[in-house]
Design a protein around this ligand. Structure first.
Ligand code: SF4
Length: 430
């Protein structure tokens, strides 16, 4: 395996000209091979690298690389802590797929001597261990490229749930995620179609594979990533965590762990989205919920911005004013400043039912536990609430079944209370 040798970047000039939003729009429907081919041949020729863990799912993306350009630089983070089976798998895939440019990236020996002389840092401080073994070495290598390819997928974690094909980093490099829309079944079907070998540990229950000390097998039906850093509040090694696209600092360097304020997909989690602040430049806003009136006032700047954007709807805002722009948003946050104010329910229904918005719609504010089932009926699928009783109810899924409604929603056939008998019969038969 060759050792890392930084390559000077040409800079993603073409990408900047096109704009990341246009790029995602143009190639949103394209399959993974098409996305990678565009990136490698047209957008960033000779300025693109791939980072692979050679883990449980890696064969799919590496196979696509072999079809597009087997000489594309593929960087493997050789942390010195891998399973022997992973190192064998690297050699097996190189040989079987004909990959000619797989490069091991190793930690700085001076860092190891200084910070991890006994090799046990993973046990006492895994964030720092990942930082010196993965983040820093990779940052050095990738600084020489205009962009890099990752194997991340939306289904893997809630944090990755809005992952697009292309992301622009805050230092104007691009991350390409050809498999962003792949599901677990897609991965399995692809491996089967091309007869790709599984990682040797895959059938021993290792569904997501990283360094040996930090990886355990998962039980049947368990989240595939549950075996990574099991028992710790750690889900990423750091190299993908920053939603602005920069290689992330560890949580210690960042100063604090983000508050687990978002309830989604059955649990509380760190919220990748931030609240709008007045001084923010529309061109810089990223993973921010922009108030609807601010968006309307600076519409052109927000539309031209390359960054992922959310919409905040407060009482009094007319969501109809942004109906034509809904595709620009990845998330919609509807405010409920007081529990007696029901205008947010109407906004949620318009967004979901009339506009057909498919992304996240979250309720934010003073929400009582009793309101949660009704909000869900209106299309709300995430909650940011401070009320301790509501948080407790969400955590325990302690909601009474609501069987009678005064207002039906358009997403399902329901029999509203007070409906005349012949209409009730007609709805019940529908
Ligand atoms: S995954 Fe574990 S062993 Fe590997 S670099 Fe991170 S903390 Fe260290």
């Amino acid at each position: 395996m060759a050792m890392a040798d930084p390559v000077p970047s040409q800079g993603p000039d073409k990408l900047r000209a096109l704009g990341i939003v246009a790029l995602n729009g143009m190639f949103d429907e394209m399959d993974a091979e098409g996305v990678l081919r565009q990136a490698a041949e047209d957008i960033l020729p000779a300025d693109l690298a791939l980072v692979s863990s050679f883990g449980a799912d890696s064969a799919v993306l590496l196979h696509i690389v072999s079809r597009v350009d087997p000489s594309l630089p593929v960087y493997f983070l050789e942390t010195g802590k891998h399973f022997a089976e992973t190192l064998e798998y690297v050699e097996q895939l190189k040989a079987e797929l004909g990959l000619t440019n797989v490069i091991a990236v190793v930690p700085d020996p001076a860092d190891l001597a200084r910070f991890d002389p006994t090799g046990e840092l993973w046990e006492t401080d895994p964030d720092s261990c990942c930082h010196i073994r993965k983040t820093e070495p990779l940052e050095k290598v990738l600084s020489g490229y205009g962009g890099w390819v990752t194997g991340r997928k939306r289904f893997q974690t809630a944090e990755r749930g809005v992952l697009p094909h292309f992301e622009l980093t805050s230092d104007n490099r691009i991350k390409v995620n050809p498999l962003a829309y792949y599901t677990h079944d897609d991965i399995e079907a692809y491996k089967h179609r091309y007869g790709l070998p599984d990682h040797p540990l895959y059938h021993q229950g290792y569904k997501s594979i990283g360094c040996a000390p930090c990886t355990s097998a998962v039980a049947e039906g368990e989240d595939p990533r549950a075996g990574r850093w099991r028992g710790l509040d750690k889900r990423e090694c750091g190299i993908h965590f920053d939603f602005n696209g920069q290689i992330a600092p560890t949580r210690k360097q960042a100063g604090k762990t983000k508050e687990m304020r978002l309830f989604k997909n059955g649990g509380f989690m760190a919220d990748p989205w931030t609240d709008w602040v007045e001084a923010l430049d529309p061109a810089e806003a990223s993973y921010t919920h922009v108030p609807l009136d601010v968006f309307v006032a600076h519409r052109e700047a927000f539309i031209a911005s390359p960054h992922p954007l959310g919409l905040r709807v407060d009482p009094g805002h007319r969501v109809e004013d942004v109906e034509a722009d809904m595709a620009r948003f990845s998330s919609v946050a509807i405010s409920f400043p007081a529990f007696g104010d029901g205008r947010g329910f109407s906004s949620a229904r318009l967004v979901r039912e009339r506009f057909g918005f498919q992304g996240e719609v979250r309720a934010v504010g003073d929400i009582l536990a009793d309101q949660v089932p009704f909000l869900r009926r209106c299309g709300i699928d995430a909650f940011v609430v401070a009320n301790p009783a509501t948080r407790q109810a969400l955590e325990n899924d302690a909601f009474a079944e609501v069987s009678l409604y005064y207002q039906p929603v358009g997403t399902r056939a329901e029999v509203p209370v007070g409906t005349r008998p012949f209409l009730r019969r007609a709805l019940a038969d529908a």
